[in-house]
Design a protein around this ligand. Structure first.
Ligand SMILES: Cc1ncc(COP(=O)(O)O)c(C=O)c1O
Length: 457
């Protein structure tokens, strides 16, 4: 029987991040200044981000060295294990081989610290002393709170109010690592106060929380803004995942013909698949699948268009698949996948036909999550469960076609703070929300006046 777990020594920790921009078949569309409609330059972004990250955002170098202090923190949990899902395969009765890379072993419980640590390092290097950010369900907030602690930075987290109330333990983690956490919309920013005035009972949304965190950083010199997904440098920091996976699969004498990840803003997906796409550009075939919730079907039902990254229209215009910046997704339990937009890099790869996407309803996703938990043991984050479900469907389809596939998916985090969602599923109380076309059409009206990208798919 083949091994169950493939672990690399610390000495195999990647020394470079892979920057897919160097190899893209079509160039990225520029990010635009909303006032002028012109591409944004480094000076526009400097109030928010350290120069090193702005340089990474537009770099065309295929590889960027990972500074040693970042690798030193990565060593706390990296390289992460790669598993062969023998027991899941048995439970499904599939002839396909299924592997998964497990990012839930980080202290925060997900892939998010891979970029949080890098971002905190560069903020510190540049001499700022504080980071502001937003968080939905709290995964990103806890990652950045941890990273700020390790690099001795202050941290303020605007947490979507409904999660702040429903997920007190993520809040506790952030505070244990020393961060200040406020429910968003808050009284601390103009954006927050404006929304509270109109909607005193607003449950908040990621778009609103981003507006607050951006305003916070833009109005204080000591503060940088930090985003947990979407931006190209964030996706690049995650590529340690795929690089390790390639080395681990070599030990298993395997290579995937299907690589699967869930997509919220696109970072864990990109972290796993970009190094495989690099192989693909060099001639090694691979099928790449992005899994999203049917309640927030950005890639499968949203157009490729320019849109704001936030609700209050404070960010630059980003070329991406979007449902419109005032689209508020239904309150599904995969909080990290409730974002109206998608990383420009992932959006571009979908346009170019290198990545395909599927959308699933949450009861189906939880059914696969429970099958996984009962066979492999790990209780997955609801976000990651989308990748499990995509893999399960692919294995079943392969069996029906009489094919044997080698499937690799990213298990981006554990679900230990999402047990309320499991309770609801097990009690048969989870709702599958249908998203009517007219709701998407309504939300997309908000982007009609905005500039259109040159390549619209
Ligand atoms: C465990 C987990 N997976 C996936 C995501 C989605 O984000 P991304 O698409 O950037 O990986 C999140 C976001 O919070 C998350 O917590």
């Amino acid at each position: 029987m083949d091994a169950t777990k493939y672990q690399l020594p610390e000495s195999a920790l990647p020394e470079r991040w892979y920057n897919i921009q160097a190899d893209l078949p079509s160039p990225m569309q520029p990010i635009l200044h909303p006032g002028t409609g012109e591409p944004v330059g480094p000076d526009d972004l400097a109030p928010l981000f350290p120069m090193a990250l702005i340089a990474q955002e537009v770099s065309q170098d295929a590889e960027i060295p990972i500074p040693e202090p970042i690798r030193d923190v990565y060593r706390l949990w990296r390289p992460t294990p790669l598993y062969r899902a023998h027991r899941l395969e048995q439970a499904l009765g599939t002839r396909s081989r299924i592997f998964y890379k497990y990012e839930g072993v980080s202290p925060a419980g997900s892939h998010k610290p891979n970029t949080a640590v890098a971002q905190a390092y560069y903020v510190k290097q540049e001499g700022r002393s504080r980071i502001s950010t937003e968080t939905g369900a709290g995964q990103w907030g806890s990652a950045i709170a941890l990273a700020c602690r390790l690099f001795d930075l202050e941290c303020k987290v605007y947490m979507v109010k409904v999660s702040y109330e429903q997920k007190p333990y993520r809040r506790s983690m952030m505070r244990t690592w020393g961060a200040e956490v406020v429910p968003s919309p808050s009284e601390d920013t103009n954006a927050g106060r404006g929304i509270l005035q109109e909607h005193p009972d607003s449950p908040g949304s990621l778009g609103i929380a981003i507006s607050e965190a951006v305003e916070d950083a833009a109005t204080r010199e000591d503060t940088a803004y930090s985003l947990g997904s979407v931006l190209s440098h964030v996706l690049m920091h995650q590529t340690v995942i795929g690089q390790e996976a390639i080395a681990q699969l070599e030990e298993a004498a395997a290579y995937p013909d299907l690589v699967v990840g869930c997509v919220g803003g696109g970072s864990n997906f990109s972290g796993l698949v970009f190094p495989f796409l690099r192989e693909h550009f060099a001639g090694r075939e691979v099928d790449v699948l992005a899994c999203e919730p049917a309640a927030c079907p950005t890639l499968t039902r949203g157009p490729f268009a320019y849109d704001f990254g936030d609700t209050s229209q404070l960010t630059p215009l980003v070329p991406m698949h979007t449902l419109g910046h005032d689209f508020v997704p239904a309150g599904i339990h995969a909080g990290g996948l409730r974002y109206h937009g998608m990383a420009p890099l992932v959006s571009q790869l979908v346009l170019d036909g290198l990545v395909r996407a599927e959308a699933y309803t949450q009861n189906d996703v939880f059914a696969s999550a429970v099958t996984f938990a009962r066979s492999e043991g790990i209780i997955p984050a609801p976000e990651a469960a989308h990748a499990i479900h995509g893999s399960v469907l692919a294995a079943r389809a392969a069996d029906e076609e009489g094919r044997e596939r080698t499937i690799l998916f990213n298990l981006s985090g554990h679900g230990h703070f999402d047990l309320g969602a499991y309770d609801a599923y097990l009690a048969g109380e989870l709702e599958d929300v249908a998203l009517p076309e007219h709701e998407i059409e309504r939300a997309l009206k908000a982007i009609e006046p905005l500039p259109k990208p040159a390549l619209a798919g």
